[in-house]
Design a protein around this ligand. Structure first.
Ligand code: ADP
Ligand code: F6P
Length: 325
């Protein structure tokens, strides 16, 4: 059932950018156009809402964006928005521009902002756009697959040189406090050791021993993938070299992991989620997170979604361990 009180909606991207955010914006704009809505593109996340930096978008405004990384609306982190006054100002500006609803694409910080806006009277729905895959209520976050593929390409290249020099390579990947990127990319790249913040480790047992065992089994290299939540890869490489005698190098992959043309998975998931956000607003629903559960696109209440816990897969940790022999 369409809610005819929704005539104008806004869309913004917030927090760290992620490949597929453009596909999400495109889906919001075109689903809006399909339903005869006016869609306002808000620049620089919540900053743009507070400062009234927005302009009308139409189906053509999002042409040629599907294949591009980053976000055409730009993104930012906005401290002012975390205050009561900031949220009130954002709502006031939304009123000035006639916004009846808002779609937010971002991570859990952005979702907290979306909840505050809904509570303050601006119907808001959100969808997960972050490379970290750390949103508890969703099995998947837009940008994760592209990031994993970027990490896979980089680690494959590092492996070439590590093998040639018979070295140990210690590689730090992003993920904030979560280890999903490290775990899945580590498995995809056949890492000898994967360190994630969700799992305690013992340096001698879980790092040095597998490296020495790999050498004695005839491996020409050792690849150690470390989540940024553990960090310290430069010191770790030095310690490995000092204690094993195996020449070691550290690489921090950094922001390369956030760029690039989105994969099919990210384009399709972003399109589905973006379209669903608009439909929810049209159905008169607000304060919802559009998410993926059991492979299907669904939605949950933002407060409930933020309270959920996401466990790292013990099965995948075990698999990585078995396959690293
Ligand atoms: P992400 O959305 O990727 O988790 P951040 O945590 O940086 O990224 O959050 C993005 C923006 O969302 C912040 O700059 C801020 O404007 C808003 N935000 C973050 N946390 C909160 C919060 N607790 N309450 C209200 N707004 C928040
Ligand atoms: O949330 C995405 C992310 O790339 C994290 O993996 C990382 O910790 C953080 O953002 C980096 O943020 P910035 O771009 O501010 O350095």
């Amino acid at each position: 059932m369409e809610n005819r009180s929704i005539r104008t909606i806004g869309v913004l991207t917030s927090g760290g950018d992620a490949p597929g955010m453009n596909a999400a914006i495109r889906a919001v704009v075109r689903t809006g156009a399909y339903h005869g809505l006016k869609v306002m593109g808000i620049k620089r996340g919540y900053n743009g809402l507070i400062n009234g930096e927005m302009e009308e978008m139409n189906a053509r405004s999002v042409s040629e964006t599907l294949q591009r990384g980053g976000t055409c609306l730009m993104t930012a982190r906005c401290l002012e928005f975390k205050t009561k006054e900031g949220v009130a100002r954002a709502c006031q500006i939304a009123k000035v521009f006639g916004l009846d609803g808002l779609v937010v694409v971002g991570g859990d910080g952005s979702f907290r902002g979306a909840r505050d806006l809904s509570n303050a009277g601006l119907p808001t729905v959100a969808m997960p756009g972050t490379i970290d895959n750390d949103i508890s209520c969703s099995e998947y976050t837009v940008g994760y697959d592209t990031c994993l593929n970027t990490v896979k390409d980089a680690v494959d290249k590092i492996r070439d040189t590590a093998s040639s020099h018979e070295r140990c390579s210690v590689i730090e990947v992003m993920g904030r406090a979560a280890g999903y990127i490290a775990l899945e990319a580590g498995i995809a790249c056949g890492a000898e050791v994967i360190l994630v913040p969700e799992k305690e480790y013992n340096f001698d047992e879980d790092v040095l021993r597998p490296i020495l065992e790999a050498k004695s089994r005839g491996k020409k290299h050792a690849i150690i993938v470390v989540a940024e939540g553990i960090g310290g890869v430069i010191e770790m490489a030095k310690e490995i070299e000092a204690k094993t005698g195996i020449e070691s190098r550290a690489t921090i992959l950094g922001h390369v992991q956030r760029g690039g043309s989105p994969t099919v998975r990210d384009r399709v998931t972003a399109s589905q989620m973006g379209a669903r956000c608009v439909e929810l607003l049209l159905e008169g629903k607000a304060n919802r997170i559009v998410c993926m559960q059991k492979g299907l696109i669904t939605d949950v209440d933002i407060n409930e979604g933020l309270e959920m816990k996401k466990e790292i897969s013990e099965e995948l940790i075990e698999l990585a361990h078995k396959l690293s022999v």
